[in-house]
Design a protein around this ligand. Structure first.
Ligand SMILES: *[C@@H]1O[C@H](CO)[C@@H](O)[C@H](O)[C@H]1NC(C)=O
Length: 413
């Protein structure tokens, strides 16, 4: 019953990525891609918590949750609500922000007048994360009461459910939520380098600090928050090692500081080969971790992100490129090592949670990997055949087209 918010936030998280994809394939095109991009980014304004700025376009939304954090003597006003709920879950919110930033880094140049709105959407997240990490040794992870909120259908402007804030600390650590926030801050710092150098530096310094905290005080927030996150909502099923490596990889990309690269190398081989996720009925689904990417597991994202770094910085590509290829081969319809299925209409299906989050996150990675492979002038090695990078774009595009057609609504319902 509670996975509803979870499902819906995935749509929110990833709708925008769809929008980004459309810009890449937009040449084929149509107005539809542009319109979908605009609406995907506009959607984030509907999810805003806090004091809304004059630039707010979705004007039926008003200020809300202006006292968030006061119980803990900290300002936690802002950030995003979790889909249809009024809770702020900082773990998936941070992943959303990391992906928004990655999308802008890759595709911002194609976004036209929507670029400014995408930057605003990122900043709405990072301004809040700066507040959530303003006390050294403390990272705020949740604001609101997941159960009370979920049973109460109120708009955030009127809500009267508790706005308790929950933090992880040095004695009750939560490495996944902290490291994902570090990743979001580091990725966003790269986005703002060209627009606001001072802000970019603030984000980067905070990212380094929060990463140190996440690594030094290791533990899962599952153990700290119990039923507030598990088994529904945002239970971390894949462990926190992937977020730590993911954050280190983003910090390495942002700083070129060798110590982050050493960290990635030191830990990459200890990531589990198989991980468990929950399916929609709360049953565990087990899969090869190289093929996983979403708010919970970052594995495939790590390999693809790093596949570009090893090329640009002339580093040993093992095991990143090998695993990034394996990921791509797990998706391609014609691949002998395919581990997803396709509906008769051609929509990708992968068990576990909301299917559209897989469709969108995996399609995004295919597009990004296609670009990186093109830059490296190499094909993707699947068993005994080689796939040209353009094939990855084709597959991603086939998914985006389905999403823009009416049919995908039925898939969701
Ligand atoms: C690299 O990062 C480490 C860890 O944060 C830090 O101690 C070190 O000073 C940094 N090195 C440089 C050259 O900035």
């Amino acid at each position: 019953m509670m996975s509803g918010g979870n499902v819906r936030v995935q749509l929110r998280v990833l709708m925008v990525v769809i929008g980004m994809m459309m810009m890449v394939v937009g040449r084929v095109t149509s107005q539809n891609y542009e319109d979908a991009l605009t609406k995907s980014i506009l959607f984030f304004e509907g999810q805003r918590s806090g004091r809304l700025p004059p630039s707010q376009r979705m004007t039926w939304r008003k200020d809300s949750a202006l006292n968030d954090g006061t119980e803990s003597n900290v300002d936690l006003v802002g950030g995003y609500y979790d889909a249809g709920d009024n809770v702020k879950f900082n773990f998936p919110m941070a992943f959303t922000t990391t992906l928004l930033a990655w999308s802008v880094l890759e595709f911002g140049q194609f976004m036209g007048s929507d670029l400014q709105y995408a930057l605003d959407a990122i900043r709405w997240g990072t301004d809040y994360f700066l507040k959530a990490t303003s006390i050294p040794g403390t990272v705020f992870a949740i604001v609101g009461d997941p159960y009370g909120d979920h049973s109460c259908w109120q708009r955030p402007e009127d809500m009267d459910t508790p706005r308790t804030s929950y933090a992880v600390t040095t004695t009750n650590p939560g490495s996944e939520v902290s490291a994902e926030m570090a990743a979001a801050l580091a990725a966003s710092s790269m986005v703002f380098q060209a627009y606001d150098a001072q802000y970019s530096l603030t984000l980067l310094n905070r990212a380094a600090m929060v990463f140190d905290f996440a690594d030094m005080y290791r533990g899962s927030y599952n153990d700290v928050f119990g039923a507030l996150v598990c088994p529904y909502y945002y239970c971390d099923g894949s462990g926190y090692a992937d977020e730590l490596i993911w954050a280190a990889a983003w910090l390495y990309k942002a700083t070129n500081n060798q110590s982050y690269w050493d960290y990635v190398l030191k830990h990459i081989n200890s990531l589990p080969q198989y991980i468990k996720r929950m399916d929609t009925d709360g049953m565990p689904v087990s899969g090869g971790s190289f093929a996983e990417f979403g708010w919970d597991s970052k594995h495939a994202g790590i390999n693809i992100l790093v596949s570009k770094l090893v090329i640009d910085r002339q580093l040993n590509p093992s095991p990143f490129v090998f695993n990034a290829d394996k990921f791509a081969c797990s998706i391609l319809p014609e691949s002998p090592t395919k581990s997803v299925t396709y509906s008769p209409g051609g929509l990708l299906f992968k068990p576990g949670s909301c299917n559209m989050q897989h469709v969108t996150a995996l399609s995004f990675l295919l597009l990004v990997y296609s670009r990186y492979s093109n830059d490296a002038q190499r094909g993707i090695q699947c068993d005994n055949f080689v796939v040209p990078p353009s094939r990855l774009v084709q597959v991603a595009q086939s998914q985006v087209r389905l999403k823009l057609s009416n049919q995908w609504i039925y898939v969701l319902l």
